[in-house]
Design a protein around this ligand. Structure first.
Ligand SMILES: NC(=O)c1ccc[n+]([C@@H]2O[C@H](COP(=O)([O-])OP(=O)(O)OC[C@H]3O[C@@H](n4cnc5c(N)ncnc54)[C@H](O)[C@@H]3O)[C@@H](O)[C@H]2O)c1
Length: 265
C-alpha cells in the first residue's frame, strides 16, 4: 500500500526542481495519475519519461502558463473528462527576481506577482470545484521562508507572503467541501532557481541551525505528507522546512560566535 494510492495529482512547475521531486515522491507512493503542468515542455517530458520507466505510473504532461486563466480552464476541464476528479493540487510554479524595493521596476513586480501570486489564485479558483468531487482533497501552496520574514528580494517576498494569506483564507472557504489547504515554506534549497547564487546559499547556511542548505527531496517529503491522508486534520497551516533558519538560526550563529553555547559537555 502506497501513501498516495488511487490519487490524481496535479503539480504546477513540475518539470524540474522541487516540483519534479514532488512528482517522484507521489509516483513512489503509488499515485494513480500525476499531471505535470509547466511551461518547459522538454524538461516536463524528461521528468515524465524517468518516472514512467521507474514506477510505470500514468504521467500526463500539459503545457500550462499558470498566469493564463484560459489555459487553467481548459486543463481542469480536460482532467475532469479524463479522470472525473482531482485529489491533490500542488501550486509550486514560481520565479524569483532578486531586486530590492528601490531597484524593483513595475515590470519586475508584475512578472513575479503574476506567476507566484496570481498563478496560485487561479490554480485554487479553477481546481476547487473539481476537487470538491474528491471529498478528501488537499491543496499545497509553495510559499517560502520569504513568506515568513523580511527578505531582500522585494516582489518575491510580497508574493510569498500573499500565498501564505491566500492559503489560510482558502482553507476557511473550502473546508466544507473536504478540501484542506496548507502552505509549505522551504528554506534555501539547491535547484536551478538557486544554482546561480551558490555563494549566497553557502553564506546563508551559517544562519541555518543544521548549517546547510536543503535538498529538493527534503521539501518533497513534506509536500507528500500534506498531500497524503496522514495529514487529514491539518488545514490552514504553514509548514516550514528550512533546517531551523526561521526559528532563530541567525541568532544561533551569533550566539555561537560569541561562545555562549556550551558545546563541550
Ligand atoms: N529553491 C529554493 O531555495 C526555494 C526556496 C523557497 C521556495 N521555493 C519555491 O519553490 C517553488 C519551486 O522552485 P524551484 O526551486 O524548484 O525552482 P525551479 O526554477 O527549478 O522550478 C520552477 C518551475 O516552475 C516553472 N514555471 C515558472 N514559471 C511558470 C509559469 N508561468 N507557468 C508554469 N510553470 C512555470 C518552471 O518552468 C520550472 O519548471 C517556487 O515556487 C519557489 O519560489 C524555492
Amino acid at each position: 500500500m502506497g501513501r498516495m494510492d488511487g490519487k490524481v495529482v496535479l503539480v504546477t512547475g513540475g518539470a524540474r526542481g522541487l516540483g519534479a521531486n514532488d512528482c517522484y515522491e507521489f509516483a513512489k507512493e503509488g499515485a494513480d495519475t500525476i499531471i505535470i503542468a509547466d511551461i518547459r515542455k522538454e524538461n516536463m517530458e524528461e521528468t515524465a519519461a524517468a518516472l514512467r520507466t521507474e514506477f510505470g505510473c500514468t504521467i500526463v504532461c500539459r503545457e500550462l502558463d499558470v498566469t493564463n486563466e484560459k489555459q487553467w480552464e481548459l486543463l481542469v476541464s480536460e482532467i475532469d473528462k479524463m479522470f472525473g476528479k482531482l485529489d491533490v493540487l500542488v501550486n509550486n510554479a514560481g520565479i524569483v527576481k532578486r531586486v530590492t524595493l528601490l531597484e524593483c521596476t513595475l515590470e519586475d513586480w508584475n512578472n513575479v506577482i503574476e506567476v507566484n501570486q496570481t498563478g496560485v489564485f487561479l490554480g485554487m479558483k479553477h481546481c476547487a470545484l473539481l476537487m470538491k468531487k474528491s471529498r478528501n482533497a488537499s491543496i499545497i501552496n509553495i510559499s517560502s521562508i520569504a513568506g515568513l520574514t523580511g527578505y531582500f528580494a522585494w516582489p518575491y517576498t510580497a508574493s510569498k507572503w500573499a500565498v501564505r494569506g491566500m492559503t489560510q483564507a482558502a482553507a476557511m472557504e473550502l473546508s466544507d467541501w473536504g478540501i484542506r489547504v496548507n502552505s509549505i515554506h522551504p528554506g534555501f534549497t539547491w535547484t536551478d532557481l538557486t544554482s546561480d547564487v551558490k555563494d549566497m546559499l553557502e553564506g546563508f547556511s551559517n544562519a541555518v541551525a543544521l548549517e546547510r542548505y536543503g535538498k529538493p527531496e527534503e521539501i518533497a517529503k513534506a509536500v507528500l505528507f500534506l498531500a497524503s491522508d496522514e495529514s487529514s486534520f491539518i488545514t490552514g497551516t504553514e509548514l516550514t522546512v528550512d533546517g531551523g533558519l526561521q526559528a532563530g538560526g541567525g541568532l544561533r550563529y551569533f550566539t555561537k560566535q560569541m561562545g555562549l553555547y556550551q558545546t563541550d559537555h
